[in-house]
Design a protein around this ligand. Structure first.
Ligand SMILES: Cc1ncc(COP(=O)(O)O)c(C=O)c1O
Length: 387
């Protein structure tokens, strides 16, 4: 009888929670603006013959290497940052090796490390999701092969001081320290300059977020050349497609587009956070293109009502009572706040003194206690999103 590898039997199927029906999707940290018009024009100008050929990855790697100021041998282009994570897992993990993750964080580290047969060691974040440096160092054993660090972290938006990362890399010289900088452009902090100096550091970046190219699937893994050489040995030669490579060249040239998006997202993020706090919801200062916000025991009701109004937000059961909201355009954020004001006003007028303020999680979340109040008080008018 055909049997899959044992470690795969223990992994649940991972389905991305794409909410296809929402008019405004704010649950995947995508860019609602999309890619640069110059990237789009480049794609539209592609000819049929080009699509008939296999795509050479190396010219793109040279471009990215010079953009990042590293050597081409230190860079490999990947099918999104997801593949960069997978390649490090497949390159460095033997069965029963240990990987350290700091939850709440990006789910794919556990999925891909487990698929490579590794044992997951979870070191939870501290108060207000602070990075637990001492605890991570204490968790390092001779079996530790990868330590995943997300900077800034998803879903909390908390950034990690670069000295913290360097200390971990020094404390665990036999482990790969994979620093996932998927949201680098919104934060500006990086340990890219440590690549090659600290031999065990890898940095992963993506064009899915600030560059608005999630549908293109283009990521980058940067590391010491001897390690990138290891990764190259098992990476399929045509893992990134012709359209993504074509887009990459233009995306790297149109720097103004990314600068403008980053500026707008940061401004809208601060505005949204202030508005959410005025509504009584706790938020955590975010360095990404999203905000983590605590709706408390109204979470489910708010999520459902928002979805009925065409807006999907991301439930984060790993952060009690919390929802992650991607930052779109300022108009879209104003629409979100408008809806939230309507919803919370209806909750308040449901005349339940226990209901407001809604920021503390409690048992009602588990039994759906507050859900009824809102679903009974559905928004009379459900305005369309007018970005
Ligand atoms: C921290 C983090 N890393 C990696 C990814 C995956 O990015 P990509 O679209 O490049 O695969 C995401 C996507 O949300 C992310 O949040």
């Amino acid at each position: 009888m055909l049997k899959p590898r044992k470690c795969l039997l223990e992994i649940r199927e991972y389905h991305s929670p794409l909410s296809g029906e929402a008019k405004l999707r704010l649950d995947m940290n995508e860019s609602t603006t999309g890619c640069s018009p110059r990237v789009l024009a480049k794609l539209q100008a592609m000819d049929a013959k080009k699509l008939g050929l296999y795509p050479p990855r190396e010219p793109g790697e040279q471009l990215v290497a010079s953009f990042l100021g590293v050597g081409p041998a230190q860079v490999i282009l990947t099918n999104g940052a997801d593949e960069a994570i997978d390649l490090v897992c497949r390159g460095y993990l033997e069965a029963d090796d240990e990987v350290i993750v700091v939850p709440p964080t990006f789910a794919m580290y556990e999925v891909l490390a487990q698929a490579a047969g590794a044992k997951i060691i979870r070191v939870p974040a501290g108060e207000d999701f602070a990075f637990p440096l001492d605890e991570v160092i204490a968790a390092v054993t001779p079996r530790t092969r990868i330590i995943f660090i997300t900077n800034p972290n998803n879903p909390t938006g908390v950034a990690i001081n670069r000295f913290t990362i360097v200390r971990i890399a020094q404390a665990a010289p036999d482990a790969a320290v994979l620093v996932d900088e998927a949201y680098f452009e919104f934060c500006g902090q990086s340990v890219l300059d440590q690549v090659g100096k600290l031999k065990n550091i890898f940095v992963a970046r993506t064009f899915s977020k600030a560059y608005g190219m999630a549908g293109m699937r283009m990521g980058v893994l940067i590391g010491a050349s001897e390690h990138i050489s290891v990764v190259r040995r098992m990476c399929p030669p045509f893992n990134v497609n012709t359209c993504a490579l074509e887009a990459l060249r233009e995306a790297l040239t149109d720097r103004q587009f990314v600068a403008d998006i980053v500026k707008q997202v940061k401004e809208s993020r601060e505005w949204l956070q202030k508005e959410l706090e005025e509504l009584g919801f706790k938020c955590w200062p975010s360095q990404g293109n999203f905000v983590l916000c605590r709706f408390g025991h109204h979470k489910q009701a708010i999520l459902e009502t928002m979805l009925e109004c065409g807006v999907s937000l991301r439930d984060r059961p790993d952060c009690p009572g919390c929802v992650r909201i991607s930052i779109g355009t300022q108009k879209e954020m104003e629409h979100v706040v408008y809806l939230l004001k309507e919803i919370t006003a209806r909750i308040a007028s449901a005349n339940d003194p226990e209901i407001m303020p809604p920021s503390e999680p409690n048992a009602a979340e588990a039994n759906g206690g507050a859900t009824k109040v809102v679903t009974e008080a559905k928004l009379a008018a459900k305005p369309e999103v007018k970005p």
